[in-house]
Design a protein around this ligand. Structure first.
Ligand SMILES: *Cc1c(COP(=O)(O)O)cnc(C)c1O
Length: 365
């Protein structure tokens, strides 16, 4: 049996044709496909504005930049995410303030946020871990009571729902990634969506070196110091083609997650739990086990490419060298990190392969 990856893109003939047409058109970048893709994202999510960029990491960066906070502002966030979530705070010369997570969803523990708010706190960036939306209502209340901006790192949550609305409608800005392992892909890519026209205007400018053009004139202004984060036209053509199958991909992820739940409930593994009132988007299927490192080795020996998401961000040397985070302040993060493992899950994964993975797990027990 071939190695089973933990995630994988699904490119079909329509996608390939869309990219070829994109390459044959007059514009291979900054052309009509960019706006078309942005409009299609808005239609899918039900929001007003979208800015596509060359990665989820870039999207987080310009979202934080667009807040235009005073240097050294504190931004509350989760240590249990991909490092880009907090790097965006550092690029913009702000200070990350980590709050511990909840064990069951691995999302930021909203009950522990208020204790960390100081007079320098300006925003909260939260991640919907594995595609399970956070307690957004409580986050909105905290944000209103304390006058804080909200940015949602929804790189795992494209298509997920909270309160019967798609993720992308709840914050000042919401960020997605179109990396091949995510729900839809443009190779590399990402987007910031917002219902605030002012943020949208800034994001469009921040995407292109901080340049604001004047219509029908050679004149342009540089409003911000920013990088070149543009997504090419042929990537947007791929995104448009992928987006047509977003709901299909999501259903397949759901089916596969339910099959895992069904087979593995007889094992000693702690399976993912879902709160009411949400739709999980199943970017990942993660379980907790007491012998994680042994289990990781065993699965690799059996050609199943499991992964660990995530190493707590405060453990990385870049963070250790600059801050004094103490792992004892994050007991739940530490416990979850010591036990968690990500099983393979992607739309094109065969049901037989899920059963095979489960068989191997059952043999280990
Ligand atoms: C994938 C991911 C990112 C970064 O996205 P890229 O497109 O790879 O730059 C950021 N945050 C989270 C939670 C992610 O999973």
């Amino acid at each position: 049996m071939n190695k089973i990856p933990y995630g994988k893109q699904w490119i079909n003939e329509d996608d390939i044709i869309a990219v070829m047409q994109g390459l044959r058109s007059d514009f291979i970048t900054t052309g009509p496909k960019v706006e078309e893709f942005e409009k299609a994202i808005c239609d899918y999510i039900g929001c007003f504005h979208s800015t596509v960029v060359n990665s989820g990491t870039s999207a987080l960066d310009i979202a934080v930049h667009a807040l235009e906070l005073p240097i050294g502002s504190e931004i509350i966030t989760t240590p249990f995410s991909f490092v880009s979530t907090t790097n965006a705070i550092l690029y913009n010369n702000h200070i990350p303030v980590f709050v511990d997570i909840e064990k069951e969803t691995r999302n930021i523990d909203v009950d522990k946020i208020t204790d960390k708010i100081t007079s320098s706190t300006e925003a909260i960036i939260y991640t919907d871990y594995a595609g399970h939306p956070c307690d957004i209502k409580q986050l909105q209340e905290i944000s209103e009571d304390n006058d804080l901006f909200l940015i949602e790192d929804a790189c795992h949550a494209f298509g997920a729902e909270y309160d019967n609305k798609k993720i992308g409608n709840f914050d000042d800005m919401t960020v997605f990634s179109f990396h091949p392992l995510k729900h839809i892909t443009t190779g590399e890519g990402g987007a910031v969506v917002t219902n605030n026209a002012l943020f949208d205007k800034k994001l469009k400018c921040l995407r292109q070196i901080g340049i604001q053009k004047k219509k029908d004139s050679y004149l342009y202004d540089v409003k911000y110091l920013s990088g070149n984060y543009k997504l090419t036209d042929f990537q947007c053509a791929l995104g448009l083609s992928q987006l047509k199958r977003a709901d299909f991909f999501l259903k397949l992820r759901e089916n596969r997650a339910w099959l895992y739940n069904h087979i593995l409930r007889k094992t000693s593994f702690e399976l993912p739990k879902i709160k009411s009132g949400i739709r999980h988007s199943w970017h990942m299927y993660t379980v907790l086990t007491n012998d994680r490192d042994e289990f990781y080795k065993y699965m690799k020996e059996n050609k199943i490419n499991v992964q660990v998401h995530y190493i707590p961000i405060y453990q990385f040397s870049y963070y250790k060298d600059r801050f004094n985070f103490n792992s004892e302040d994050y007991p739940v993060t530490e416990e979850v990190f010591s036990k968690i493992i990500t099983l393979p899950l992607f739309p094109e994964m065969k049901l037989d392969d899920i059963e095979h993975v489960c068989n191997i797990i059952e043999n280990w027990e």
